[in-house]
Structures are given as structure tokens and as C-alpha cells.
Design a protein around this ligand. Structure first.
Ligand SMILES: *Cc1c(COP(=O)(O)O)cnc(C)c1O
Length: 421
């Protein structure tokens, strides 16, 4: 029996309606940008396996370091204990995070990093003796699948059955360059009617909302409004972090720095699961007390796992290297050229780009997970390119190590796909 067949017996896959999509593709090998399936067919991983392995799969620089670490220290409780990989990672990460970030809270995945961000915002006010229970989020934001993260997310396919059980969240539109007055008016209304603890946002690019991109000045105004009202700002950089927007973090491109930041995905370079919620001194100080109950009583068993920390540290070394920074510039330029060309096509409604994130909207109505979208996905896979269109949006978010030839193949395949629609 093939892996594909054996898989069906016991495995329940994430985000999958098994009756409609019974088959999972079995991948046996990954090297740099190439995935190989059990039949030996290869695919260019043009979405970096959900924005994680930005330095390529099985990057020898990272795997060698983790292999060394494995023989030294594998795992230890992170409550009351510490170790070199976590300490070194904290120093390297603080070096590249926005200046105001001072403390790092280790955890396991993007959703939990958001849960902690939400808890920090809520408990910050609680510890200060103020009851503030409302959160603000973008209408079509996505922050993960645990209850707090679901509450602040706006995609009802995911949240539908749980809607009555979620936190109190008020939603605002994303800034598009024309609506900032409307958004500010909405914010004014929200703060007069509710006690707002925090605002959570994906800065500049919203991944799951089909790479929706923000008007920077509009986002800046929202953040300034929050600062003025002591609303804790939580930047969810789980997707945007670690170089994808052209700077180490999207928040580096904004003047108003977040109080809290959520990091995962590319943090540990696609090798091991890990997340970090970082915060400013102001947040940390609100929890620092002789009163034990003012602490942040949150912890995950594998927090600060030494192997994941080692992978993350090696990843940051690569990210800050001249070679990767040059690759990022090359991809940015290359996408711009492709964008100029493809936007002329009559089936392309619009294109947009932030850093190495490129997206194009088709001039065709499509359901997020409908048949046309499947047709497009299957076409890409048949051509050996792993792209995962979201509704009528095709996006590229390839590893920084993608070769010129591979990138060219991704572009050509997208252009060919327009012909089958
Ligand atoms: C993927 C993602 C999450 C959730 O991360 P998981 O590791 O899948 O739980 C949260 N926020 C954003 C912006 C993401 O892209």
C-alpha cells in the first residue's frame, strides 16, 4: 500500500473536509525549494510550506547546528531553568526586533503566540486595576485556531460553530488609503461604548485574507489612536516576520511600534515548531510584582525547547547574512518585473507586492475553496509547482533561496494557468 492509501486509515488532516478532499499527497523528501512525492514527482515549494522554511528545506547550515545541539541538551523544563540556545536566541532576536521590544515569552505555535498576546493585553489592564475586556481587530484578520485567536479572527468558515463562545471583539475595516476617516470615527465610537484592552493586527500584509495589503499611513493613524487611549497594540507578525516584507519585521516600516509582537512560522526556519511573544518593558513591568497573582501564569511543556531555539538562532544568522539579504533584493526586483508584465493580462484584475510577497487577483469570481480554485491548484501541481491560491488570488511567497530558474518556472506556470480558466 502507498503512504497515500495508508494515510486514509487513521489520519485526520488540518483544515480538511475529508469527504470532499479524501487524498493527501505523500511527500518523502524536501531539499531547498524542491518537494518530492512518493512517486518521485517534484514540486517547487513556492509558498515555503506556509511561510516557514524561508532558507530552504533541510538547510545544511541549520540541520548541522541542530544535530550538534541534540547531542548536548535536548529538552529541559523552561520554568525555573534556562539554557544557552534560549539565551543566545534572545540576544540575537532582540538585536533585530523593533527597538522597544525587550522581553520574550517562548511558546509553541502561531495561535498560542496570539493567545499570549491577548492575555498580555487583557491582564496588563487587570493588573493596573482597570477592567477592560474588549478587543479590536480587523474584519478579515486571521490569527489562528485556538479560542482567543479565533475570537479575533474574522473568517467565518473557521469560526462559525463557535461564534457564541468567543471573546468580545469589535471589528474595523483594513486601511485602504481612502477609508481612514471612517475607521477613526468607528474607533471613537468603540472607545466611548466599550472598555478596550487591545488591538490586534497583522501589519501591512494579511496572509489568510489573500495577501491583503494595507495603506501604511492609515495603519499608522490607527496605531496612534490606540497609543492615545492606552489600548495595547499586538502586532501578529507570525506570517510577515523575518524578512518577508523587505525589512526584518513589517513593524520596522511603521513609526508607531507595537507593545506586543507574535512570532512563529519562519522563526524556527521551518525545522521545528516554535513561537515567541515579545513585548516592551512597559508590558513586562505591569506583571512584575511581589504579588504572585500578577505574573503571567501561562506555559507550554515544550516552551523554549533547545533544539527549536538552535534552529531559530541559525535562521537569524542566515537572515542577517549578506547572501540572504541579496537574495531578498533579487526576488523583490524579479517580482516587480513579473508584475509589470502580468498585470497587462486581461484575466488579471490587479497585482500587489510587499517585499517578497507577490499576489495577483484574477478577473474571475471564485469561491475560497470552490471548484475553480481546485482546478487552478491541480494545474499548478501537475506542472510541478506548489502554489495554494486563495479564492481568486494567486500568491507567491517562496523561500529566499529559490533559484532564478525555479522562480522563472513559477511565473511561467502562473501565466499558463490563466489560459485554462
Ligand atoms: C499562521 C498564522 C497564525 C497561526 O499560526 P499556527 O502556527 O498555525 O497556529 C496566526 N497568525 C498569522 C498571521 C498566521 O499567518
Amino acid at each position: 500500500m502507498t503512504l497515500k492509501e495508508r494515510d486514509k486509515k487513521h489520519i485526520w488532516h488540518p483544515l480538511t473536509q475529508h469527504k470532499l478532499h479524501p487524498e493527501a499527497l505523500a511527500i518523502t523528501k524536501a531539499k531547498n525549494c524542491i518537494l518530492t512525492d512518493e512517486d518521485g514527482k517534484t514540486y517547487i515549494d513556492a509558498i515555503a510550506s506556509w511561510y516557514t522554511c524561508m532558507y530552504g528545506h533541510c538547510n545544511p547550515y541549520i540541520t548541522e547546528r541542530v544535530y550538534q545541539q541534540m547531542q548536548q541538551l535536548d529538552q529541559v523544563v523552561f520554568s525555573g531553568f534556562t539554557h544557552e540556545p534560549a539565551v543566545k536566541l534572545s540576544e540575537a532576536l532582540i538585536e533585530i526586533l523593533p527597538d522597544n521590544q525587550e522581553k520574550l515569552f517562548f511558546n509553541d505555535n502561531g495561535s498560542t503566540s496570539v493567545e499570549i498576546g491577548i492575555k498580555m493585553a487583557l491582564q496588563y489592564h487587570f493588573n493596573k486595576g482597570e477592567k477592560r475586556n474588549t478587543l479590536i481587530a480587523f474584519q478579515d484578520g486571521f490569527h489562528g485556531d485556538t479560542f482567543g485567536a479565533m475570537s479575533v479572527s474574522g473568517l467565518s468558515v473557521y469560526n462559525g460553530p463557535f461564534e457564541d463562545l468567543l471573546l468580545d471583539v469589535k471589528r474595523i475595516p483594513t486601511p485602504n488609503g481612502e477609508n481612514h476617516e471612517e475607521i477613526l470615527a468607528q474607533l471613537e465610537t468603540i472607545v466611548t461604548q466599550h472598555k478596550v484592552a487591545g488591538f490586534i493586527y497583522e501589519p501591512l500584509v494579511q496572509g489568510a485574507a489573500a495577501m491583503k495589503m494595507h495603506d501604511k499611513a492609515g495603519l499608522e493613524l490607527i496605531l496612534q489612536f490606540c497609543k492615545k487611549h492606552n489600548i495595547i497594540t499586538v502586532a501578529d507578525e507570525v506570517m510577515t516576520g523575518f524578512g518577508k516584507t523587505g525589512t526584518y519585521f513589517a513593524s520596522n516600516q511603521l513609526n508607531t511600534k507595537p507593545d506586543v509582537m507574535c512570532l512563529s512560522k519562519a522563526l524556527s526556519a521551518g525545522l521545528l515548531p516554535m513561537a515567541i511573544t515579545s513585548c516592551s518593558q512597559k508590558i513586562y513591568d505591569a506583571f512584575y510584582s511581589n504579588d504572585i497573582a500578577k505574573g503571567l501564569f501561562h506555559g507550554h511543556t515544550y516552551s523554549g525547547n533547545p533544539l527549536a531555539c538552535t534552529a531559530a538562532l541559525a535562521g537569524i544568522e542566515l537572515l542577517t547574512s549578506k547572501e540572504i539579504q541579496d537574495n531578498i533584493s533579487t526576488i523583490i526586483t524579479s517580482h516587480k518585473t513579473f508584475g509589470k508584465h502580468i498585470r497587462q493580462h486581461h484575466k488579471v484584475a490587479s497585482i500587489r507586492q510587499t517585499g517578497i510577497i507577490f499576489a495577483l487577483d484574477l478577473n474571475i469570481k471564485m469561491e475560497r475553496y470552490g471548484n475553480l480554485r481546485d482546478k487552478l491548484f491541480n494545474f499548478f501541481m501537475s506542472k510541478g509547482v506548489f502554489l495554494r491560491p486563495l479564492g481568486a488570488t494567486i500568491y507567491i511567497l517562496a523561500p529566499y533561496t529559490i533559484s532564478k530558474k525555479e522562480l522563472e518556472k513559477v511565473y511561467v506556470t502562473i501565466e499558463e494557468a490563466l489560459e485554462i480558466l
